[in-house]
Design a protein. Structure first.
Length: 155
């Protein structure tokens, strides 16, 4: 499963807003410059984020966007879902009894991919904007992958 630029950029922009807002509106132009994201693309994403109730817009001079909720209450999964990014690794509809094969059956690996989708959703639902801003999401992503692979296979 690969998260598209839509989901990644929405999360990046929301983290930027959470870090730089401090209760004041932040313009999309500022976010676009800091995060190196197209302004027109951000406008599309923030329209969806606003409709989902994750951000509030402020018009006029000094206007921009504010988080609608505290950054510790805003979940990464909510951001991704708000921009219409699917969080599932199966080809057919999650939870459907009918599969995506030509004969409408489910493939042998269907349950594997569906459970992976569930785990991804659970994980992203457990991480808040505050967690990302405060670098509380470290795990092993900072380690060189080769060293991690060797350590895991040395057992």
């Amino acid at each position: 499963m690969r998260l598209s630029t839509k989901g990644r950029y929405a999360v990046m922009a929301m983290v930027d807003l959470a870090r730089h807002g401090n209760g004041n509106p932040v313009s999309l132009a500022e976010i676009a410059e800091r995060e190196e994201i197209s302004l027109s693309y951000l406008e599309q994403l923030f329209a969806k984020l606003r409709r989902s109730g994750l951000v509030k817009s402020v018009r006029g001079p000094g206007g921009g966007y504010l988080l609608a909720h505290d950054r510790d209450e805003t979940r990464i999964a909510d951001i991704i879902i708000a921009v219409d990014e699917p969080l599932h690794a199966v080809r057919c509809s999650p939870g459907a009894a009918i599969g995506c094969r030509g004969d409408r059956s489910r493939c042998l690996t269907h349950d594997l991919w569906e459970e992976l989708s569930n785990q991804i959703h659970l994980y992203l639902s457990s991480v808040s904007l505050g967690d990302v801003c405060e670098k509380r999401v470290l795990g092993t992503s900072g380690l060189p992958r080769r060293a991690t692979y060797r350590a895991a296979n040395a057992r």
